[in-house]
Design a protein around this ligand. Structure first.
Ligand SMILES: [Zn+2]
Ligand SMILES: [Zn+2]
Length: 129
């Protein structure tokens, strides 16, 4: 199965083949700021599962303990996909950008120390990668 994730304006897209190797939510500060939400919904696919990338993206690079390159739409600003040093060989794709809701539910929750107290999650999700 091939799925397409798109930015808000629809100009940028990434097509992936098969199921994500990781499908999880992250409560770290960085994911909150990236999404403007209570947590980030992040999926990771092996680089070989990336079928195509289209649209006019720009890249934002962050350093620190887990350096990342994040690609976002130049027109609407949505972060669509990224590469993180800790997850070498994989491409992260913003879960919410699969806006047709074809993805299965997450199975892992990470950076749980940063979870907003009002966020409740299913009890059977793993607590670390
Ligand atoms: Zn866009
Ligand atoms: Zn995070």
């Amino acid at each position: 199965m091939t799925r397409r994730a798109t930015c808000c304006c629809g100009q940028c897209a990434i097509d992936v083949d098969g199921e994500p190797e990781i499908n999880g939510v992250c409560h770290c500060r960085n994911c909150k700021q990236r999404t403007g939400s209570a947590f980030g919904w992040s999926t990771y696919f092996a680089d070989s599962q990336i079928m195509s990338r289209t649209g006019d993206v720009a890249v934002y690079t962050i350093g620190g303990a887990n350096p990342q390159h994040r690609w976002f739409c130049r027109n609407c600003g949505s972060t669509l996909f990224w590469k993180a040093a800790r997850l070498h060989g994989r491409t992260g794709v913003a879960g919410g950008c699969f806006a047709d809701n074809s993805l299965g539910p997450p199975s892992v929750t990470v950076s749980n120390d940063g979870r907003c107290a009002w966020v409740g999650l299913p009890g059977d999700w793993r607590k670390s990668l």
